[in-house]
Design a protein around this ligand. Structure first.
Ligand SMILES: Nc1ncnc2c1ncn2[C@@H]1O[C@H](COP(=O)(O)OP(=O)(O)OP(=O)(O)O)[C@@H](O)[C@H]1O
Length: 259
């Protein structure tokens, strides 16, 4: 049967170029980046250190403007930060003087959209209900990152942007967080853009893997793995298949040949 389902294009990056100007020395970070992202895609970005992954995410987040080219969300030019693009960083940015519940509620309150029910729903979803009255210093690294994810999800963003969110976590917690994020993605059908240095992590989560060249960053390959659709918390045996290893080797070869 022919699949006639047409998904909406959420993000469109056209000929993006980004030059940082520092102390008279220009750094060309991105050049000719073209990328379309459809609704519900889980996109992972890989590439050598310093190739411009975070820069690309910052453009999509609206923290910085491209020097050239166009970055659009739902057909409109990205113009500064907005609640429809939530960002999760490597280090969870929580307010230390607020409880977990207050941290998660913060964005809604800022917009005068108080909604305790939604806050509690997401605290439950990420497994932090019992800790909602705790302060961030009372939480483990994984728990803090759960709170940071909930804090973004309550705003119901169109796109979830994640910059190496699990790289500071121990291996076991990292795997738990990957499973949690996959579950959230399956349930909410959010569009996710996820930067990582870990090829396995990208293949275990993403439906589209973008490999970038060394600086100035360009996209050298887009791959469409489907492993994430076959993984559950109990069974991630697809990672031991020949196909997984072939993807892995191809990506590692691409990255290493850039270095
Ligand atoms: N504010 C800035 N001013 C000047 N140069 C910058 C600035 N931010 C980043 N750069 C440079 O731009 C290039 C791309 O940086 P970016 O942080 O986007 O890369 P990355 O791929 O995310 O790196 P990593 O994998 O090491 O986190 C690097 O050479 C970096 O030194």
């Amino acid at each position: 049967m022919v699949n006639l389902e047409v998904k909406a294009k959420v993000l469109e990056l056209k000929d993006i170029q980004l030059t940082y100007g520092t102390k008279g020395r220009d750094v060309l970070a991105l050049q000719n980046v073209n990328l379309d992202i459809e609704e519900g895609e889980f996109v992972s970005i890989l590439g050598p250190s310093g190739c411009g992954k975070s820069t690309l995410l910052k453009i999509i987040a609206g923290f910085i403007e491209p020097t050239d080219g166009s970055a659009q969300i739902d057909g409109s030019e990205i113009n500064g930060i907005d609640w429809n693009r939530g960002v999760v960083f490597q280090q969870p940015a929580l307010y230390p003087w607020l409880t977990v519940e207050q941290n998660v509620h913060f964005g809604l309150k800022m917009r005068k959209k108080e909604d305790k029910e939604t806050v509690r729903y997401f605290l439950d979803k990420i497994g932090l209900s019992q800790f909602m009255k705790s302060k961030p210093y009372e939480l483990s690294g994984g728990m803090k990152q759960r709170a940071a994810i909930a804090r973004v999800l309550v705003n119901n963003p169109r796109v979830l942007l994640m910059d190496e969110p699990f790289s500071a976590l121990d291996a076991l917690t990292r795997e738990q967080m990957q499973n949690l994020l996959r579950d959230i993605w399956r349930e909410t059908k959010k569009t996710i853009i996820f930067i990582t240095h870990d090829v396995d992590e990208a293949l275990l989560l993403a439906t589209k893997v973008i490999v970038m060249s060394r600086r100035p960053g360009r996209i050298v390959k887009e791959l469409l793995p489907t492993f994430t659709n076959h993984i559950t918390a109990e069974d991630n045996s697809v990672r031991f298949t020949k196909e997984f290893q072939e993807y892995r080797e191809e990506i590692l070869h691409l990255i290493n040949s850039q270095s």
